[in-house]
Write a new protein. Structure first.
Length: 176
């Protein structure tokens, strides 16, 4: 995951105007660009420079299941063809998103189906953020409301992926 500071440093190293870092950050985290070619406010030369140095690995919806109570469970595909689950839980006043922090889980909790899976890997902060972005778009589309609550109760144990979870929370809650 690239921080605002790392994007700014990259722009400075490549003699790009300082405002470009804000544009790139907005495209990545605000508009959720899934390719550098989507960044239409950047020159083709700048988009090519970004493509040569970085990659965007978006999380995508693989499958979904709707229940009779309007809860929607998503299978989300990661760049390496692994999958995690996310869930939207609507109520009259809010929509809660249940997101994953790991692919599988290393704990063997008897009450949890994920516990029967082996831990494949931790999710990056970007992958956690992508889940929230996708589920928020789905909440707007399906329920006409933004996500109001986020719980880390999908796959994995969030405290065993503490740094990525905290970084993702910072991305999710930033005013930008």
């Amino acid at each position: 995951i690239l921080t605002k500071e790392e994007i700014t440093e990259f722009c400075i190293r490549h003699n790009l105007p300082e405002f470009r870092s804000k544009q790139i950050t907005r495209w990545l985290w605000g508009k959720k660009a899934t390719s550098f070619n989507q960044m239409s406010s950047l020159s083709i030369k700048t988009r090519n420079l970004l493509s040569e140095n970085f990659c965007i690995n978006p999380v995508t919806i693989h499958n979904l299941q709707k229940s009779s109570d309007n809860t929607i469970k998503y299978s989300l595909k990661l760049y390496d063809n692994l999958f995690v689950e996310g869930v939207l839980i609507p109520s009259k006043k809010r929509v809660t998103a249940c997101i994953s922090s790991q692919v599988g889980c290393s704990l063997d909790c008897t009450f949890c189906a994920t516990g029967t899976l082996k831990l494949a890997r931790n999710l990056s902060a970007a992958e956690i953020y992508d889940q929230v972005f996708i589920l928020n778009e789905e909440a707007l589309s399906n329920f006409g409301k933004h996500i109001s609550n986020i719980v880390f109760m999908g796959m994995g144990e969030p405290l065993l992926n503490y740094n990525s979870v905290v970084d993702a929370i910072n991305l999710i809650t930033t005013e930008e």
